[in-house]
Design a protein around this ligand. Structure first.
Ligand code: DX5
Ligand code: ZN
Length: 220
C-alpha cells in the first residue's frame, strides 16, 4: 500500500486553516512537518512548524510525521515528544556519534513514537545499515533538504531500489519514505523502486483538486 504524507512547509499562514481542512478531506495519510533550524539547512521554520503542529493536532486525528532538518536533534526531539506525533525522523548527517544515534532512537521509541533516519542524496545507505533493525522507516531524500518545489534527483532512484532489495533480503520491517520533487511525473518511478510513503508538497498544494491528486499520486 502506498501512503501520502502531505508536506505543510509551503502552506501560507493566511490559508493554513482552510488548507489543512482540505488536505484532510482529500484523504492524505499523514501531515508531514518540515522542521528546519537555519543551521542544518538555510531556512528556519521552527516556530511556524510548531504552531502548525499544535493547530493540526487540535483539529485532526491524522498522524503527524515529523521530519527534523536540524543540528541539535536532541532538543527538537524533546519538544516534539510532547506533541505526541506518530513518527519522528532525524538526519543521520546531523549526528556525529553512533552512540548518540542509538540514544536518540531509544528516546523516541520509549515514548511510543515511531522512529526514522533520513539521508541526503549523497549519503550512502551503507552508512546507516547497522541501525535498520531498530528503525521503523528510512527517509530517502530525493532532493537536497531545504526547500519545497525542487526537482527530483534521478540518481536517488537507485538508492531506493537498493534499500528495497536489502529489506527483502534481510527480512526487515522497514517503511521507505521518499521526500522531494514527488509529483504525477515521478511517483511511478519511486513506487516501482520500492517507496511506500510519498511526501508530497507542491504537487498537491498547487493542484486544483487535492482529492483527485492524492488518489492519483497513490495509484500503482
Ligand atoms: C524539503 C522538505 C520536503 C518538501 C517537499 O527539504 O523536506 O518535505 O517540503 O516539497 P515538494 O513536494 O514540493 O518537493
Ligand atoms: Zn520533509
Amino acid at each position: 500500500m502506498v501512503e501520502i504524507s502531505a508536506s505543510v512547509l509551503s502552506v501560507k499562514k493566511e490559508e493554513a486553516i482552510k488548507t489543512f481542512y482540505n488536505l484532510e478531506t482529500a484523504k492524505i495519510d499523514y501531515f508531514h512537518i518540515d522542521v528546519m533550524d537555519g543551521k542544518f539547512v538555510e531556512q528556519d521554520t521552527a516556530d511556524l512548524m510548531l504552531e502548525y503542529t499544535e493547530y493540526i493536532k487540535s483539529i485532526s486525528n491524522l498522524p503527524i510525521d515529523v521530519h527534523l532538518m536540524v543540528e541539535d536533534v536532541y532538543s527538537y526531539v524533546q519538544s516534539y515528544l510532547a506533541l505526541d506525533p506518530n513518527m519522528i525522523t532525524f538526519h543521520y548527517e546531523a549526528v556525529k556519534k553512533k552512540e548518540d544515534i542509538k540514544e536518540l532512537i531509544n528516546l523516541i521509541k520509549e515514548n511510543d513514537i515511531k522512529v526514522g533516519i533520513s539521508i541526503k542524496p549523497e549519503t550512502k545507505l551503507e552508512e546507516i545499515k547497522e541501525f535498520f533493525p531498530y528503525l521503523h522507516q528510512v527517509l530517502i531524500m530525493t532532493v537536497e533538504p531545504g526547500y519545497g518545489g525542487q526537482t527530483l534527483i534521478e540518481s536517488t532512484i537507485d538508492k531506493i531500489k537498493e534499500l528495497k532489495e536489502y529489506i527483502e533480503k534481510e527480512n526487515l520491517e522497514l517503511d521507505i519514505e521518499v521526500d522531494g520533487g514527488i509529483n504525477l511525473q515521478t511517483n511511478q518511478k519511486v513506487i516501482q523502486a520500492g517507496a511506500n510513503i510519498l511526501v508530497c508538497g507542491s504537487s498537491i498544494l498547487k493542484s486544483d483538486n487535492y482529492k483527485e491528486t492524492v488518489e492519483r499520486l497513490k495509484q500503482i
